[in-house]
Design a protein around this ligand. Structure first.
Ligand code: PLP
Length: 396
């Protein structure tokens, strides 16, 4: 059994993928070829936003989104500590300060109530209101020592959109922008709106294991804002103006490869069908695991959301129980993975912020208990039954 089986999908569209690759080899426009534009148009229509800008990775999408808001030293960006490192890495990379906000224990996404507390804590410079980084030994502030709250990066973890209505309301009240880290949620829904369209800029990733993956690295920014769209388009080609050798911003080489765009076009044809298949697989898990005799807590999705199930993550009773469950599954030939074993505030890379253990208890508790089961559109019922059986036989 595979954790994420990409070969069944490939068999389904092999001819189309081969044709697409050959078309690119024939026209030879490897950089910014026509497939990039075609993909951008199709995905903008799917997400229902005005601008879709292909880029080299999900990380570059996040980086350019922050750059479009001119983020730098002295700026504060609020985000979740329970996510992949890329979400917060881009904040530090620009010299700004990530301020972490704990998650909701049911959805694993940023908790809007705590977000409000964290914003107040920064504005009033009072870590008694909410845990703040201890920045004393680093030049993170501007000359007058001020830290200015600028924005929020909300993460749609495991494919489930964060709770954007309260998040956007808090952002507006505090004059902050909202970037949606939709690296795991392309294809998901929130109150009838598509993931990637839920903040000022949505950023997704086409890393192979994501719901819509290519055969290498790739990503995309989505926005309805004409100005932001134009700036990101410029940033991804070294801040170009009317041509490549006229530079109006300090940018990066952040383009999506033509070959990857061509592969994504072939994959996107069957993507809506795969999103449906993912719902069926998740529902089967839920039916199998939602009984009192079962020793794990399966995910619960708010009724106004549709997850795209990038991961199917469950909670064991404690760290020891998780290890027993993972070992039994492994012995039965069933792969599992832990997303994420260490919250970001406890990572060495962010030790300069000076956070400490117990600053974000929900994230820390989840990091000890969570693990993910095999999940992909083509997972068969028989395999899921086997997984459920192994779990049930390890109740303690
Ligand atoms: C995968 C991922 C990213 C980064 O995407 P890449 O394409 O690998 O750069 C960012 N944030 C989250 C939440 C992710 O899962």
């Amino acid at each position: 059994m595979e954790f994420i089986d990409l070969s069944i999908q490939q068999d389904r569209i092999r001819n189309k993928i081969d044709d697409s690759i050959h078309t690119v080899l024939k026209h030879g426009k490897y950089i910014m070829g026509p497939e990039v534009n075609e993909l951008e148009e199709r995905l903008a229509e799917y997400i229902e936003v005005k601008h879709a800008i292909g880029c080299a990775s999900g990380t570059d999408a996040l980086l350019m989104a922050l750059m479009a808001f001119n983020i730098g030293p002295g700026d504060v960006i609020f985000t979740s500590p329970f996510t992949f490192i890329a979400t917060a890495e881009v904040i530090s990379l620009l010299g700004a300060t990530p301020i972490f906000v704990d998650i909701d224990p049911v959805t694993f996404n940023i908790d809007p109530l705590k977000l409000e507390l964290a914003i107040r804590a920064v504005k009033e410079k009072d870590a008694n209101i909410y845990p703040l980084p201890r920045l004393l030994h680093r030049q993170q502030t501007t000359d007058n020592g001020q830290l200015t709250p600028r924005g929020i990066i909300a993460v749609d973890l495991f494919g489930l959109p964060a709770d954007y209505d309260p998040i956007n309301k808090i952002a507006e009240k505090n004059d902050l922008f909202v970037i949606e880290d939709a690296a795991q949620s392309f294809g998901a829904d929130y109150k009838g709106r598509r993931a990637c369209s839920l903040g000022h800029i949505g950023c997704t990733s086409f890393f192979p294991a994501k719901p819509l993956g290519c055969y290498g690295d790739g990503g995309m920014c989505f926005t309805d804002d004409d100005h932001l769209g134009e700036v990101i388009r410029s940033l991804r080609v070294h801040g170009k103006g009317h041509d490549k050798y006229d530079n109006v911003h300090v940018g990066i080489n952040g383009r999506l490869d033509t070959l990857q765009a061509a592969i994504l076009l072939a994959k996107f044809d069957i993507f809506p069908d795969e999103v449906e298949l993912r719902q069926k697989v998740a529902q089967r898990y839920s039916d199998l695991l939602n009984s009192d005799s079962h020793p794990v807590i399966p995910p619960r999705i708010p009724e106004f959301s549709i997850s795209v199930w990038a991961q199917y993550s469950i909670l064991a009773k404690d760290e020891k129980h998780r290890s027993i469950l993972q070992t039994s599954l492994k012995e039965a030939g069933i792969p599992t993975a832990i997303y994420y074993p260490k919250p970001l505030h406890l990572q060495e890379a962010f030790s300069y912020l000076g956070y400490k253990e117990e600053d974000f208890p929900v994230s820390e508790d989840c990091a000890k208990r969570i693990f993910s089961l095999p999940m992909h559109p083509y997972l068969i019922e028989k395999d899921q039954e086997k997984i459920a059986q192994v779990l049930a036989s390890n109740a303690n």
